[in-house]
Design a protein around this ligand. Structure first.
Ligand code: BGC
Length: 461
């Protein structure tokens, strides 16, 4: 394949350098026949796909948002297109995805692009035994169905994307949310282990599935793969951080993939961690006690998503990922705006008062993840906002539920996770705190009007 460069030739990397699109990825591919394609693909990519490009607005989400009172204010924002089951590839008439399949979305994206560069954000989310530490987003494939994942899910997606290789689209993928971090934190002998995550570690199907997706999609020259990397309130601790990074490298070398297939990583997908905590930092002390000893930080090494994501990038590059690696941060629901948003640091009486009085993130505990009460929209999608960060994105479409607050029978494979039940406080993964979830929530992915209203009502200015 002939290397080609489209759109703006000059692209700004997150690191503030101006590079020619031709320089894109620097590490040479190995000299085997399969990697000739990789090399051409890598050479054709721009350093940061978001620079000099618009981003696709999903008409289905946009219509849902616009139908809400006040929703028109954000209905033109780009959000992720989730392929959350095999049926979604052809269009499955679900309440939130309507009947637009992948090809319909890509055709619409080509229209929106009008020949100019346009980022199309595609979420790849259908691993065997999906969501092994929670139930709310359990999927359709059993733990051992790696063959179906490859042949009925990734292959058709790759075949369709290949038909759009010659367009002005830049396809940004988010690869398999939560899967790899689950294999670090939710396995035996940890207290937080689940039998399902132990099984996915033992059978290797998360690592093999991610590797397969990276290799197949990474061979398409206008695809930019970003692997999901959890968030700071999950892998920011020492015993999770390094091991997660090493596992990401292992997956990037598994089942046909190479690190050249990884353009970057995405953090905070569908989560609520604040981008920046302006009123305290990890090095602060109160009366000689470190902020790390506060109940909220609880010995974590990071207090917010931006510092965590930049540090993770450095770690990943030091392990052997490309030095041009770029990060995305999902800011769709981490704004924590409104009248409760602190305007200055908390009192210096003790470290907890200091941290709790100053923090934007109003969660009861940073492990809470389902339909968080009090959340607000975060930063609007932005290209190249900070060093090392390719973009702030709204990968999780605001207004789509994280899980039902009570058991609701469904044919999507979704379970009922009590982390979505506002009355629950029985989970070791959030220290047996209350879940902080909103009541009356539909199953994950379905439109949740009350949540949309709350997010909209509390935007960051
Ligand atoms: C759900 C998916 C949905 C996605 C986006 C996930 O939690 O499991 O079905 O497509 O959220 O809303």
């Amino acid at each position: 394949m002939t290397p080609r460069v489209r759109g703006a030739l000059a692209a700004t990397t997150g690191m503030g350098l101006v590079l020619s699109g031709l320089t894109a990825l620097s590490s040479p591919a190995l000299a085997d026949p399969a990697s000739t394609t990789d090399e051409a693909s890598a050479a054709a990519r721009v350093a940061n796909p978001y620079v000099g490009a618009d981003v696709y607005v999903n008409p289905i989400w946009s219509a849902n948002a616009a139908a809400e009172p006040g929703g028109a204010a954000i209905a033109d924002q780009p959000t992720g297109v989730w392929m959350d089951r095999i049926g979604a590839i052809e269009g499955n008439d679900s309440p939130t995805t309507g009947d637009m399949g992948l090809r319909d979305h890509l055709d619409e994206a080509v229209e929106q692009a009008g020949g100019e560069p346009l980022v199309f954000q595609l979420v790849v989310y259908n691993l065997p035994g999906r969501d092994c530490a929670a139930l709310a987003s359990n999927g359709e494939l059993g733990p051992d169905e790696i063959d179906r994942y490859e042949s009925e899910y990734i292959d058709p997606i790759a075949d369709i994307l290949a038909d759009y290789e010659d367009t002005s689209l830049r396809v940004v993928t988010t690869i398999e949310i939560d899967s790899l971090p689950n294999l670090i934190t939710n396995i035996s002998p940890r207290e937080t282990a689940t039998p399902e995550c132990d099984e996915m570690l033992a059978n290797g199907n998360y690592v093999d599935g991610v590797g397969y997706a990276l290799g197949r999609l990474g061979a398409i020259e206008n695809v930019y793969n970003y692997v999901d990397a959890g968030h700071h309130g999950w892998i920011g601790w020492e015993d999770n951080f390094g091991p997660s990074a090493r596992l990401f490298l292992e997956a990037a070398n598994a089942n046909g993939a190479s690190p050249d297939d990884v353009h970057g990583f995405i953090s905070n997908t569908a989560n609520y961690s604040a981008l920046r905590e302006d009123h305290f930092s990890i090095t602060d002390q109160v009366n000689g006690t470190s902020v790390r000893q506060s109940q909220w930080v609880d010995w974590n090494h990071y207090v917010d998503e931006l510092s965590f994501t930049q540090a993770l990038r450095t770690e990943l590059v030091s392990l052997g990922f490309d030095s041009d690696l770029g990060m995305l941060i999902d800011t769709s629901r981490n704004g924590w705006g409104g009248s409760d948003r602190p305007t200055g640091p908390g009192p210096q009486s003790d470290v907890d008062a200091y941290v709790d009085g100053g923090r934007y993130d109003q969660r009861i505990q940073s492990g809470n993840w389902c339909n968080q009460s009090g959340a607000g929209l975060g930063e609007r999608p932005t290209a190249a906002p900070e060093p090392g960060i390719h973009a702030y994105v709204w990968m999780k479409p605001p207004g789509e539920s994280d899980g039902s607050s009570e058991e609701i029978p469904n044919d999507e494979g979704k379970g009922f996770d009590r982390m979505c039940d506002p009355t629950y406080e029985g989970n070791p993964r959030n220290g047996h705190n209350m879940s902080g979830a909103l009541p009356n929530a539909p199953i994950s992915g379905h439109w949740f009007s009350e949540q949309f209203q709350e997010l909209l009502g509390e935007p960051v200015a």
